[in-house]
Ligand binder design. Structure first.
Ligand SMILES: [Zn+2]
Length: 61
């Protein structure tokens, strides 16, 4: 999975949730099916959370 610069954060799910990654991936799929075709999951190491993000301004970033 490639990472992008300055993505728009759509959701943030604390790593404290044992199913956080599965939830994040599911949410990313929901976003991809609607308004955010570039939605995907990042892991925010300092924040200890999975984030669902979308690229800013489309796929060119
Ligand atoms: Zn990314």
């Amino acid at each position: 999975m490639s990472h992008c610069t300055n993505p728009v954060e759509l959701e943030r799910i604390s790593d404290a949730d044992l199913r956080a990654e599965a939830r994040a991936e599911w949410l990313a799929g929901e976003y991809r099916a609607s308004d955010h075709p570039t939605a995907h999951v990042h892991y925010d190491l300092p924040g200890q959370a999975f984030t669902v993000v979308a690229r800013q301004g489309g796929a060119s970033a």
